[in-house]
Design a protein. Structure first.
Length: 425
């Protein structure tokens, strides 16, 4: 099977889909599709609100066009689905975006089409959930009238060093011939090379354990941090000492949010429980990581009490809201849990983040964030939650100046020199 002549449709133009569409758009005819008309207008205007793709990169993709009109996809032969795969309030996989995207593709895909999924799922989801939707909507038969592939995304939001073309890509297909064709397709844009998995299920499993492994390792660091705190030992000093051994893994304690590490393990545990296995280590790691925001708030309040700072009615400044540094993405950020826990102590909490779209924070969480850096000397406590470049550039003196003379400073990320902050993980 030769996919070289087929026009490509990328379904979903977020952090994953847009960079993919841009890279293919430099060498192939591509249609970037999104149901959000505002997003389409923004991209047609040459700007990307996620800050993942520059204006110059957008302009370089001369064979890429954007649309929210489903009918324009009828000319495509390859469909790459890059929609989110979140969890619900009970941490169960929410396949709604994936199902709706499959319905969209099913309405327009021609005979012989190849549908490739990049969204993170549990092993078996492509063939058990997506394929039946494609068959039902299109009236076509899988592996006869259309085919599927799976190539998990490895985008790291905000990372300007590890970009799509320089990250090795796992590929797979529903037949041997399709697997070779999908692999050849991605080789057109991935300079780091590809790894062709033996099946779609293997590729799905490989993706979901990447972030599960990171989640469990960070959970171990967080648990060590809790232990060392009770022993009166600085965790980062311990990690620096242990890191002098060549094979010590350089993980650090911290908040685990975002749409990958804090979400993907639940897809794997869901499938494990479905087949009768209770995954103890993975779920234990999730519980520890989800508890760290409350721990930060509790420790901040304890430090205030030890310094004689009244808690009731106090003013607290939280610096940073996004789920990671130098990135505007607020999805599934655990900083909101710090804010909620602090407000549970009847404190007045202000939030400042130089990277966010204030409207996004209001829409997602109902949080009214400051539009500019607050005036100095007005806070009883400061929580440095995210290591944004602008906050690091303030330095210890600039951050401490935002508080009152006796204010508490909690450094969640361990950014400041040892001894500067009153507490850190």
């Amino acid at each position: 099977m030769d996919l070289n002549q087929a026009k490509i449709a990328v379904i979903g133009l977020g952090y994953v889909g847009l960079p993919l569409a841009v890279e293919f758009g430099k060498v192939r005819d591509v249609i970037g599709f999104d149901i959000n008309d505002t997003r389409i207008a923004e991209l047609r205007g040459g700007t990307d609100g996620t800050l993942e793709v520059s204006q110059e990169e957008l302009a370089a993709a001369k064979r890429l066009q954007f649309t929210s009109d489903l009918n324009e996809l009828r000319s495509c032969g390859v469909f790459i689905v890059t929609v989110p795969t979140p969890v619900d309030k009970a941490n169960r996989p929410d396949m709604t975006p994936l199902v709706k995207a499959s319905e969209t593709v099913g309405k327009v895909m021609p005979a012989g089409a190849v549908v490739i999924y990049e969204s993170t799922v549990y092993p078996g989801a492509t063939e058990e959930v997506c394929v039946p939707v494609l068959e039902r909507v299109s009236g076509k038969t899988f592996n006869v009238d259309f085919y599927c592939g799976y190539s998990p995304e490895r985008i790291n939001p905000g990372d300007k060093e590890h970009r799509l073309p320089t990250i090795k890509k796992v590929t797979s297909g529903s037949t041997e011939k399709v697997a070779h064709a999908v692999d050849a397709l991605y080789k057109q844009i991935i300079v780091a090379g590809t790894h062709r998995a033996s099946s779609i299920r293997v590729a799905e499993a490989a993706k979901v354990i990447e972030n599960t492994q990171r989640d469990v390792n960070i959970a171990l660091m967080n648990e060590l941090s809790l232990i060392f705190h009770k022993l009166g030992i600085d965790t980062l000093e311990v990690l620096q000492a242990a890191g002098t051994k060549w094979n010590f893994l350089p993980f650090r304690p911290g908040l685990v949010g975002g749409h990958c590490i804090g979400v993907d393990p639940y897809y794997l545990t869901h499938k494990a429980q479905e087949v009768g296995y209770h995954p103890e280590v993975i779920l234990a790691g999730r519980r520890i990581n989800d508890s760290m925001a409350s721990h930060v708030a509790d420790e901040t309040v304890k430090l205030m009490l030890r310094k004689g700072v009244p808690v009731l009615g106090s003013k607290v400044l939280v610096l940073g809201l996004t789920f990671k540094e130098n990135c505007p993405d607020v999805r599934n950020t655990k900083v909101v849990d710090i804010v909620s826990a602090l407000r549970g102590y009847n404190t007045e909490v202000d939030i400042f983040d130089p990277w966010i779209n204030i409207a996004d924070a209001q829409h997602e969480y109902g949080l009214a964030c400051l539009s500019e850096m607050p005036a100095a000397g007005q806070y009883d406590a400061i929580v440095l939650a995210v290591g944004h470049r602008q906050l690091i550039e303030l330095g210890a003196g600039g951050i401490k100046a935002l508080g009152k003379p006796n204010a508490v400073l909690f450094d969640v990320k361990g950014i400041l020199p040892l001894g500067v902050a009153d507490g850190r993980l």
